[in-house]
Design a binder for this molecule. Structure first.
Ligand code: NAP
Length: 249
């Protein structure tokens, strides 16, 4: 790769919002690393990007697997020696609108394993590479479901929502944004959270062959703010935004 090319790792980018983001960033000239736990889908995502003229490589990456995350960092170090953009996109919603009093601890732990601990694990492993690639950025794909501000506002539709595992894991991921942003502010690395919004992917087990439910965004709309931040040269850090602007934490 050339010296001024931007190298971008996106977790969970073999499909959905992550793949859309990867496609668009590759179109814009970034060299994308498709992080995926499913090798077959990851490699076909790479092929699709290459066929469209973009640069992409596959990185085997289950964010819950510490050995795999370390191996991914080693591979990137050996192949490129740095990273410019990390997009922590991999996410799950193991629980769906159960009452908190009835929700199994196991489902909450599954949400946290990917959405919070996975994000921290990947970030910690990639920070040395981002330091070598500064100015660099981390974009954490969280959710308006993890906003305390919206969940406690009687005028918000999120006031009625209760998915404790998913909500708490995304709120925790937002806290990671706040704390990593402070730690890395003087090192030329920005850290921001983005809410894609309700998007017509297979997220949460939705059948993608079915038409989008009214009110759902297209995948392109869901990826737009992530792409905007990934292409921006703005050094703003520690924010939580969506297509429409700023969100309350
Ligand atoms: N769609 C929405 O309405 C919506 C709204 C707000 C926020 N979000 C957030 O947006 C992000 C992308 O979601 P999406 O809608 O594109 O969903 P998606 O189509 O289900 O994609 C999620 C991606 O994350 C990957 N993933 C899950 N667990 C993983 C793990 N342990 N290690 C590595 N990758 C893992 C999935 O891979 P596998 O197929 O192998 O599991 C998949 O590639 C998520 O963080 C989600 O919370 C989505």
């Amino acid at each position: 790769m050339s010296a001024n090319e931007v190298l971008t790792l996106i977790t969970g980018s073999d499909k959905g919002i992550g793949f859309e983001t990867a496609k668009e960033l590759a179109k814009a000239g970034q060299h994308v690393l498709i992080g995926a736990r499913n090798q077959v889908r990851g490699e076909s995502a790479v092929q699709a990007i290459r066929e469209a003229g973009g640069q992409a490589d596959f990185v085997q990456l289950d964010v819950t697997n510490a050995d795999q995350v370390q191996a991914a960092a080693k591979q990137i170090q050996a192949d490129y020696g740095h990273l410019n953009v990390l997009i922590n996109n991999a996410g799950i919603a193991a629980d769906a609108h159960q009452k908190p009093s009835e929700l199994s601890i196991d489902l909450i732990q599954q949400d946290f394993a990917v959405n919070f601990f996975g994000l921290i694990r990947v970030t910690q492993a990639m920070v040395p590479l981002l330091r070598a690639g500064q100015p660099a950025k981390i974009i954490n794909v969280t959710s308006n479901m993890g906003s305390f501000g919206l969940a406690t506002d009687p005028n918000s539709r999120f006031y009625q929502v209760s998915s404790l595992g998913y909500q708490a894991s995304k709120a925790a991921a937002n806290f990671a944004t706040v704390d990593f942003a402070k730690e890395l502010a003087d090192e030329g690395i920005t850290v921001n959270s983005v809410n894609p919004g309700w998007t017509a992917t297979g997220f949460g087990g939705r059948d993608e062959s079915k038409p989008a439910i009214p009110g759902m965004q297209s995948v392109a709309e869901g990826a737009a703010q992530i792409i905007k931040l990934a292409l921006s040269t703005d050094q703003t850090t520690g924010t939580f935004t969506e297509n429409a602007g700023k969100l309350p934490w």
